[in-house]
Design a protein around this ligand. Structure first.
Ligand code: NAI
Length: 334
């Protein structure tokens, strides 16, 4: 079967980690017709906008996208490309598996967490204004509809993937109405899934528990801002941003991406670690039904990481992006 997928290589190291990932997907025997589009700083330079119409049309039509990191110009009045894509296509669930990879140095072992973040509202609704000079206001929107939808997503995911418990993370002790509603929706949904355990944690305590012993938690359910922060914290538990990927999922569209940014400090040095981008591709292949190929790629990645002979400098190795990726391809083709 041939898949038509929208590809956003992104800025900075984006193209450097995208190129080998496409080769790896091809080596695993998946037939993809890529529709490649710029977004972010590169698109602004070429098309005068960070999110060109052609890209939006391509994703609207194909429904699946693989995206590298993009640089959003700071303080120039441009909305975040990521926030805009998530809101435009109603990609309401941000799913980030946090799991140790063999051979990847990490602060903890045996971590196996799923972070489920509400992606469309909360403090990222983008409703900010100046009340009077020197006083700014940002509105936090929490709705019953979006909170119930994301809670259902977390419980359905838990049920479909053999997970034992979901913890709703909030600050309802202070934000009694907004976070209170989020928590109440989670409780209402939890009641319909009696086989999945449910609990809740105040977000500061959740951060403490995560750094004390992340193996005690399972599926984490968070609204937008807490999810953004806690998911990066969680990535740090298993080796950092370079080895974690995420999916942005809606009812009709899905976008897969590495967690890291465009890493301008190592751009062009040919040492970017493509692991997170490869993991994003693995999640994407699973999603489009290419489970065998996804498994093959993941197994090859694990083997190469475990052997540790061809690792990029961020993993204490001395290999280039290409050497690392070529070793994975050889492993797939064995
Ligand atoms: P970053 O993730 O780009 O870099 C943080 C540190 O991690 C840097 O030292 C970098 O060299 C290293 N790093 C990141 N990915 C790596 C990889 N694959 N291999 C080896 N080392 C890696 O975060 P930063 O510097 O805060 O952001 C840079 C730009 O990226 C900003 O413009 C930001 O807006 C954008 N960004 C975009 C994201 C996206 O499109 N999803 C997510 C996060 C940031």
């Amino acid at each position: 079967m041939k898949h038509r997928i929208t590809l956003i290589p992104g800025d900075g190291i984006g193209p450097e980690v995208t190129r080998p990932t496409l080769k790896i997907i091809k080596a695993a025997g998946v037939n993809v017709e890529w529709e490649t589009h710029l977004a972010g700083a590169g698109a602004l330079k070429k098309h005068g906008t960070t999110l060109p119409r052609l890209l939006l049309d391509s994703f609207a039509k194909n429904k699946i996208a693989l995206k590298g990191p993009v640089t959003t110009p700071v303080g120039e009045g441009f909305a975040s490309v990521n926030v805009e894509l998530r809101q435009s296509f109603n990609l309401y669930a941000n799913l980030r598996p946090i799991k140790n990879l063999p051979g990847v140095p990490a602060r903890y072992q045996n971590v196996d967490l799923i972070v489920v973040r509400e992606n469309t509202e909360g403090l990222y609704s983008g409703i900010e204004h100046e009340v009077v000079p020197g006083v700014m206001e940002s509105l936090k929107i929490i709705t019953e509809k979006a909170s119930t939808r994301i809670a259902k997503f977390a419980f359905n995911y838990a049920r479909a993937n053999g997970r034992k418990k979901v913890a709703a993370i909030h600050k309802a002790n202070i934000m009694k109405l907004t976070d209170g509603l989020f928590l109440q929706c989670a409780r209402n949904v939890a009641a319909k899934y009696p086989k999945i355990g449910f609990g809740d944690l105040i977000v500061d305590n959740a951060c403490l528990q995560l750094v004390l012993d992340p193996t005690r938690l399972d599926v984490l359910l968070l609204e937008n801002l807490y999810g953004d922060i806690v998911s990066d914290l969680a990535a740090g538990l298993v080796g950092g941003l370079g080895v974690v990927a995420g999916a942005n999922l809606g009812d009709t569209h899905a976008l897969f991406e590495p967690v890291h940014g465009s890493a301008p400090d190592i751009k062009g040095k040919k040492i970017a670690n493509p692991t997170a981008m490869i993991l994003a591709a693995v999640m994407m292949l699973d999603h489009v039904g290419e489970r065998r190929a996804a498994k093959r790629i993941f197994a090859a990645l694990e083997t190469v990481l475990l052997k540790g002979e061809r690792l990029t400098p961020d993993l204490n190795g001395r290999s280039s992006t290409k050497q690392f990726a070529d070793t994975i391809i050889r492993e797939i083709e064995r």
